[in-house]
Design a binder for this molecule. Structure first.
Ligand SMILES: *[C@@H]1O[C@H](CO)[C@@H](O)[C@H](O)[C@H]1NC(C)=O
Ligand SMILES: *[C@@H]1O[C@H](CO)[C@@H](O)[C@H](O)[C@H]1NC(C)=O
Ligand SMILES: *[C@@H]1O[C@H](CO)[C@@H](O)[C@H](O)[C@H]1NC(C)=O
Ligand SMILES: *[C@@H]1O[C@H](CO)[C@@H](O)[C@H](O)[C@H]1NC(C)=O
Ligand SMILES: *[C@@H]1O[C@H](CO)[C@@H](O)[C@H](O)[C@H]1NC(C)=O
Ligand SMILES: *[C@@H]1O[C@H](CO)[C@@H](O)[C@H](O)[C@H]1NC(C)=O
Ligand SMILES: *[C@@H]1O[C@H](CO)[C@@H](O)[C@H](O)[C@H]1NC(C)=O
Length: 719
């Protein structure tokens, strides 16, 4: 039996007098808690989640039983595969049967490199598979071991419709009893893991721990729970961190009635939360991701459970307000970076060293672009050099080092996306031997850094213009990379809510105009170019008659004059936008190689040199005129394009415009596009019709012929 001495050691008399009065309450509580046991709550062992079924074997000895661990995780118990398929992967999809119309679940998840490795041999291995990019089990209908190259199904299992999948349980927040302890709602992520967001605690308790136990209230008969770093030291302060803690040993959430922050020395409960009994939470198989402030050493660890060697990162800087944060650590000769971005799936985030120390400057900056590649279904980290702020034209601009003769020095370590936040980890050497395209990272000084968020183009490169991206840091942000404790992030990106979807502006259109001006202007964020065209913009677009990418109606046989002010200095790529008319919805003819040139048919603005290469026509270039905003792009707050225009002013360089006359050919197709010769996705549609007059004449002709024939017919009948 328990000795009361142990429960109430002599020390108690030294505690404040109020405590003595509570001794009886304590005894009752303790006895009560010994009587109450958490019986029968644990699921029957072993529990791997909801059973989906046994893999059907078609080839290569496939075997194993598949379970749904949680909404995004599958578990295969005793997976068997002989490993001899040349191009096999775990493959999922939502067609009625396994088919090429699916995608890879990367395994092992923490592989190094940009492409998932081909599946290796397994002999009764337990495997955890996390669906990529926030896909859920309800989004798929089957799991297959699939040979991609030969489209062969080695084995499969179907997800039963209406499968009940274990889910994390949301609890209330910590009761606020002492030492400023508070949090947001706590979650039980799985049978051993608690997620405690926005945790505050003043750290002043001398001997406080996370503490779990049985009974109606927290009491001394509890068990210490290691903190988020796995340490059993007394808790120090928290200032709004999001943490995850795991129950020690064999303890599971089914075995406890409460979780508290408890001071052992003074037997003082600072605050607690009760654990409900009717839990249907995911099993604890190691699938729960530790929060992003953890680093995993990812080399050579085939399963997630071996993800042990981690240290806590306590560095963080907000690069773009509420959108982009960076955490860093120096290990050996490398800088390890974790980028967290509240971005869309088709956006990139970028971080790196400023082109000029002392201010945040994009030009000559050395950045790493990190993003999810939706085509290959992998995360990527790509080393860029910004020689200039135009889109990469193969020599200068916002270019990947590899495209301009350098080397990609960024190595992807891991990627994840949850709650609208993409998290990508990569490393790069502190010093590279590429002085042309890389800036070394100094450890003895503070340096200016830059960051940006923006859209990717179809080549999976940064679409960019005079500012790269949609959002850029404007203040001078500086980092001393050698600091280990420099956490300046006050808010977790996971707790920031997105504003509702933007309402696009109505589409502009132009008809019956024969003289048209063509200038450059901003794209109107998510309400303008992107909303209208469905393509990613790169910050600028054509303004025709000072309207953002209007649909222009033209008539066959008529002549139109375009007064072009898109720039004529080809040595300034960001200000060189020759105008042309084409059947390509993307444009950018000058970027195409010899073989691709034929994909487009050009109607105006381009001539061909003696070797057959296209060059902009004289009249298709003119001085540079750009509609600009006063520092802030107010597309979000502008209800209409007209409102938006009022926030812009026109800025023109010296010089003359170009004049391009275009007579619409009589055989022109109904849909053409006006575009920029040097950059993709600047223009929009031209609708080609026949003249109303010609139509009218034609109709009269038709009508006359028909009535005449009728007369003839009638006569015949009469005759
Ligand atoms: C799959 O494994 C189970 C036991 O783990 C075994 O009973 C079954 O025969 C195996 N199936 C095949 C096709 O090997
Ligand atoms: C697979 O494991 C079983 C027992 O677990 C063993 O008998 C068998 O030899 C193993 N096969 C291979 C190829 O290692
Ligand atoms: C947080 O907990 C409170 C109290 O249990 C509950 O009413 C509320 O719905 C929870 N919030 C969320 C987001 O689940
Ligand atoms: C609570 O009681 C259950 C059942 O007796 C026991 O298994 C469990 O270990 C107890 N929990 C703690 C934290 O002591
Ligand atoms: C950068 O941090 C290191 C390590 O704390 C320190 O020694 C150094 O003085 C700092 N440099 C500057 C310029 O603040
Ligand atoms: C443009 O026209 C050319 C020649 O008629 C044709 O080969 C090409 O497919 C067209 N391209 C588009 C995008 O319609
Ligand atoms: C273009 O058309 C206008 C008006 O018809 C005419 O004045 C001008 O000379 C033409 N320019 C060229 C380059 O053909």
């Amino acid at each position: 039996m328990l000795s009361l001495d142990k429960i109430f050691p002599a020390q108690l008399s030294t505690t404040p007098s109020g405590w003595k009065n509570k001794r009886f309450v304590f005894i009752i509580v303790v006895l009560y808690s010994i009587l109450i046991t958490a019986n029968g709550r644990r699921p029957s062992e072993p529990y791997y989640g909801s059973r989906i079924g046994q893999l059907t074997t078609f080839a290569h000895g496939i075997n194993g039983t598949v379970y749904a661990v949680d909404e995004t995780t599958l578990f295969i118990k005793n997976f068997v595969y002989d490993g001899t398929g040349p191009d096999a992967f775990f493959w999922v999809g939502k067609t009625s049967r396994p088919s090429p119309d699916g995608y890879i679940i990367p395994y092992p998840e923490d592989y190094i490199g940009s492409d998932p490795p081909v599946l290796q041999a397994h002999n009764y291995t337990d495997i955890i598979l996390r669906l990529p990019m926030g896909k859920r089990i309800r989004d798929i209908r089957w799991l297959s071991v699939w040979c991609r190259r030969f489209t062969v199904d080695f084995g499969e299992v179907f997800i039963p419709p209406n499968l009940d999948v274990p889910k994390p349980k949301v609890l209330p927040e910590f009761k606020r009893l002492a030492h400023n302890l508070r949090s947001s709602n706590i979650s039980i992520l799985d049978a051993k893991t608690f997620y405690i967001p926005n945790l505050h605690y003043d750290g002043a308790g001398p001997d406080a721990y996370f503490w779990v136990g049985n009974g109606s209230e927290p009491n001394i008969m509890g068990t210490k729970v290691p903190n988020e770093r796995g340490s059993l030291e007394p808790l120090s302060g928290y200032q709004g961190e999001d943490i995850e803690i795991q129950l020690p040993g064999d303890l599971q959430v089914y075995d406890i009635d409460w979780l508290s922050v408890w001071c052992v020395e003074y037997r003082h409960n600072f605050g607690h939360v009760y654990i409900p009994k009717d839990l249907d939470v995911p099993p604890a198989l190691g699938q729960t991701k530790l929060t992003p402030q953890w680093w995993y050493i990812t080399t050579a660890s085939p399963t997630m459970k071996t993800k042990t060697a981690h240290t806590q990162i306590n560095t963080c800087k907000e690069i773009i307000k509420e959108k982009l944060q960076v955490k860093w650590e120096i290990k050996g000769d490398s800088l390890y970076v974790e980028l967290l971005g509240r971005i869309d799936e088709d956006q990139y985030m970028a971080f790196g060293l400023s082109g000029d120390n002392g201010k945040s400057q994009m030009v000559r900056g050395d950045i790493t672009l990190a993003f999810y590649d939706k085509i290959s279904l992998v995360y990527r980290a790509v080393d860029y050099f910004l020689s200039d702020l135009s889109q990469c034209d193969g020599r200068s601009g916002v270019c990947p080092d590899e495209r301009i003769g350098g080397k990609n020095d960024a190595v992807l370590l891991a990627g994840d996306r949850k709650k609208g936040v993409t998290i990508i980890k990569f490393k790069r050497p502190l010093k590279t031997f590429d002085s042309q395209y890389d800036i070394n990272i100094p450890l003895d000084q503070t340096v200016s850094v830059i960051g940006a968020i923006g859209p990717l183009n179809s080549l999976k490169e940064a679409n960019a213009h005079s500012h790269i991206g949609d959002d850029v840091n404007v203040e001078n942000i500086e980092i001393n990379f050698s600091l280990k404790n420099d956490n300046k992030c006050t808010k977790s990106l996971f707790n920031i809510k997105d504003s509702p979807d933007e309402v696009p502006w109505p589409v502009n259109s132009i008809a019956n105009e024969f003289i048209l001006t063509a200038r450059i202007g901003p794209t109107g964020g998510k309400r303008g170019y992107t909303a209208i065209t469905g393509y990613n913009s790169w910050g600028i677009a054509w303004y025709i008659n000072d309207l953002l990418i209007p649909e222009i109606k033209v008539v066959r046989g008529e002549t139109y004059t375009f007064i072009v002010e898109g720039g004529n200095d080809k040595f300034q790529p960001a200000k060189f936008h020759p105008f042309y008319i084409t059947n390509s919805s993307e444009g950018g003819l000058g970027q195409r190689n010899v073989n691709e040139i034929r994909d487009e048919y050009v109607y105006a603005g381009v001539v061909y040199d003696s070797e057959g290469y296209p060059v902009p026509m004289e009249g298709a270039t003119g001085r540079y005129c750009e509609w600009k905003h006063n520092g802030v792009d107010s597309w979000r707050t502008s209800g209409s394009f007209e409102d938006y225009t009022r926030t812009l002013y026109l800025d023109c360089d010296q010089g003359e415009p170009g004049y391009l006359n275009w007579t619409v050919p009589t055989d022109a197709p109904d849909l053409l596009y006006y575009q920029c010769f040097t950059h993709r996705n600047l223009g929009w549609k031209i609708h080609v019709t026949d003249s109303a007059q010609r139509l009218f004449v034609f109709n009269i002709y038709l009508a006359t012929t028909i009535s005449l024939s009728l007369v003839v017919l009638n006569r015949r009948i009469i005759i």
